[in-house]
Design a protein around this ligand. Structure first.
Ligand code: FNR
Length: 183
């Protein structure tokens, strides 16, 4: 029985290293996990005036989140937190009051940066917000992927054995976590 996983990448950039990491993770995951990209780039800036008449991209976004059984966040770190575009999406998904799309979707959090501990704080901040949204997150392993030239091969898989094993460990634990929650 397949599990639908909503994939949310916190970067809108075409050449995003987090988008690349997400692509590699999708390839490594067991076939049971069926990933569906949930775009956040078309969402307007959050405005509470619109809670009573959600703009169409917001309605689409909320439906996509609601139809996912689990979530995977792959995010960059901006100024020691996660990007505003991602916070914007999290806020939209939580509204209107009483109609949040988030509760109880088990989630994984991971990220890539050029710096060795890059995304550690972004991931911590994201976990705090996800807790507020009643989204249970996989606690361990806590993985930051240091991006480097040649990290990925032509197929988009992680070429570096050490990094690949590390990320595979995350993916395996994530798959078990999601299966436990979703059943
Ligand atoms: C960054 N970057 C960054 N990196 C990091 O490890 N810690 C940080 O606090 C920041 N801060 C930061 C702020 C802003 C506004 C930008 C644009 C960038 C660098 C960041 O890791 C790098 O640009 C990544 O390539 C961004 O991820 P994507 O877009 O490639 O997925």
């Amino acid at each position: 029985n397949a599990i639908k996983v909503g994939l949310i990448v916190g970067s809108l950039r075409k050449e995003s290293i987090n988008r690349r990491l997400a692509g590699a993770i999708v390839k490594m995951a067991p076939a049971q996990l069926q990933f569906e990209d949930i775009p956040i780039g078309d969402l307007p800036l959050y405005n509470q005036d619109l809670d009573t008449a959600l703009p169409e991209p917001v309605q689409r976004f909320k439906q996509a989140v609601e139809s996912a059984q689990a979530l995977l966040f792959v995010t960059p770190e901006y100024n020691r937190s996660f990007p505003g575009v991602l916070k914007n999406a999290l806020d939209w998904g939580s509204r209107p009051w009483g109609k949040s799309s988030w509760p109880n979707k088990p989630a994984g959090v991971i990220g890539a940066s050029g710096s060795p501990v890059g995304t550690a704080l972004a991931q911590e901040h994201l976990r705090l917000v996800l807790a507020a949204l009643d989204v249970p997150t996989l606690a361990q392993p806590f993985v930051f992927v240091q991006h480097a030239e040649g990290l990925y091969d032509d197929s988009g898989a992680i070429a570096n054995q050490v990094v690949r094993n590390f990320v595979q460990g995350f993916v395996d634990r994530y798959a078990a976590f999601v299966t436990r929650h979703v059943g």
